[in-house]
Design a protein around this ligand. Structure first.
Ligand code: ATP
Length: 361
């Protein structure tokens, strides 16, 4: 069992006479066996939250419960929680075997034979049996991270905390390790919180993602919920790659009016927007923009740059004084300097109010 509840968590750091609020009134219930991703821009409080859960940081206010029991003030060693760090944090003078078994040796009265049996079994699971007598300095980054994961797994904790564990690996190894980690998490069925600012990791690895900004939770949901139904403009802009395009528009009684285009709206959408006349933000994902060559309602947008990505092509066009990204399927030859006729389909529009709140998604 590893049900983790974070209740009204607040963490302030002293900064001279002032204080920095790193985490502000955070409430999250994490289910037993769940794989939850924390994602958000640098400084949003991801690592601090993880460190509070691990007990490496005291909390200013709030509570953390593991299987219903408060652990907020327990020392880290008494929490049944293992953490994996970005920089592996291995002991350089110990072999891989001793690094993996270190925690068991220090904090349990397990016999040397039992520790060896468990270390061997984890080493086999991680595919590092051949490396057990090597020191961290003799291992590659990927091998060191496997040892660090092994050290966390061997403890058989209730909860795993992983702080950007793959970010020091090269792109190819990262992709392999991502899949390995997902499989491992599913096999072990241990509640896991995984911090990243990598879009692909956030969208593909977890059951749910928690999106943080400025120490506050912006949204928690499945990756697709957050993608299709963002709670606010921040989430809409943060989730998805390339990012959503935003246009400041004026909503009059029947249309969204931008300095460079106008979108007449259907009656159903007008009904949805009733009471929101005035300044709004229109959001449209690059892949939702459609081509409409020669159509009278199309926006004729000069192409500035194209980026062939293989399975798709990113085309950057100018609309008014801003750049808009359009994702086209497959490889397309679109010459910079040419014009692309595009439309913004109403069904795919996201609209946000003056404080960034979602009005339509
Ligand atoms: P990153 O993705 O860059 O690692 P993060 O989302 O993990 O960022 P945190 O490291 O949790 O962010 O930091 C949140 C805020 O708390 C930041 O403003 C940071 O400067 C501040 N902070 C973190 N640790 C300390 C500390 N020990 N003392 C003072 N301020 C801190």
């Amino acid at each position: 069992m590893g049900k983790l509840d974070i209740r009204s968590l607040r963490k302030e750091f002293a900064d001279g006479d002032q204080s920095i609020v790193a985490v502000d009134d955070l409430n999250i219930d994490i289910n037993d066996g769940e794989f939850l991703i924390f994602v958000g821009p640098s400084g949003c409080g991801k690592s601090t939250t993880l460190r509070c859960i691990a007990g490496l940081e005291s909390v200013t206010d709030g509570e953390i419960l593991l299987n219903g029991d408060p652990i907020t003030n327990q020392p880290p060693t008494e929490r049944d929680i293992a953490m994996v760090f970005q920089n592996y944090a291995l002991y350089p003078h110990l072999s891989a075997e001793d690094n993996i078994g270190f925690g068991l040796k220090m904090s349990t009265d397990m016999s040397a034979g039992e520790i060896k049996r468990r270390v061997d079994s984890v080493a086999q699971m991680m595919g590092i049996e051949e490396l057990l007598d090597k020191k961290p300095g003799e291992l590659s980054g990927g091998q060191q991270q496997r040892v660090a994961l092994g050290r966390a797994i061997v403890r058989e904790p209730e909860v795993f905390l992983m702080d950007e564990p793959l970010s020091n690996l090269d792109a190819k190894l990262r992709t392999t390790m991502r899949t390995e980690l997902q499989n491992l998490q599913q096999d072990l069925d241990i509640t896991t919180i995984y911090v990243t600012h990598d879009q692909t990791e956030a969208m593909t690895m977890g059951d749910r993602i928690a999106i943080l900004n400025d120490g506050t939770l912006q949204q928690i949901g499945t990756p697709l919920e957050c993608y299709y139904e963002p709670n606010n403009r921040f989430v809409a802009g943060f989730i998805g790659s390339p990012s959503m395009n935003f246009f400041e528009v004026e909503y009059t009684d029947s249309a969204l009016v931008h300095e460079a285009f106008r979108c007449d709206l259907s009656e159903a959408t007008r009904e949805e927007l009733r009471g929101h006349e005035g300044a709004l933000t229109l959001g449209i994902r690059p892949e939702s923009i459609e081509l409409a060559p020669g159509e009278s309602t199309a926006i004729s947008a000069p192409v500035s740059v194209t980026e062939p990505m293989g399975e798709s092509t990113y085309v950057y066009v100018d609309i008014g004084d801003q750049t808009c990204t359009v994702t086209l399927d497959g490889e397309r030859v679109v010459e910079p300097g040419s014009t692309l006729d595009i439309t913004i389909p109403e069904a795919k529009m996201h609209l946000f109010g003056p404080t960034g709140e979602t009005i339509k998604s």
